[in-house]
Design a protein around this ligand. Structure first.
Ligand SMILES: [Zn+2]
Length: 75
C-alpha cells in the first residue's frame, strides 16, 4: 500500500516590485478614458484637460496593482 504525506506551508501576498502599478481614469459622462499609465500625472492631466474641453465633471479611477505570492519561509 502506497503511503502519501502532504506538507502545508503558509504563503504571503504582497506588491510585486518588478511590476509597477498602473492607473486609468474614465469619464463618467462619456466613454472617453485616459489609457493606462504607470504615473500619477498622466491620467490626472488627461482628466483635467477633458473637464476643461467638455465640462464633464464625473470620473472613475482604476488602479491595477500586481501582486506576488511568496512562501512565508522565503520571506
Ligand atoms: Zn467625458
Amino acid at each position: 500500500m502506497a503511503r502519501t504525506s502532504y506538507r502545508y506551508i503558509d504563503w504571503t501576498l504582497g506588491a510585486d516590485p518588478a511590476q509597477p502599478s498602473h492607473r486609468r481614469i474614465e469619464c463618467a459622462d462619456c466613454p472617453a478614458a485616459s489609457g493606462d499609465s504607470p504615473g500619477q500625472l498622466g491620467p490626472d492631466r488627461w482628466a483635467l484637460q477633458h473637464a476643461g474641453a467638455t465640462g464633464h465633471r464625473g470620473y472613475r479611477e482604476t488602479v491595477i496593482s500586481h501582486l506576488r505570492a511568496t512562501p512565508a519561509e522565503d520571506a
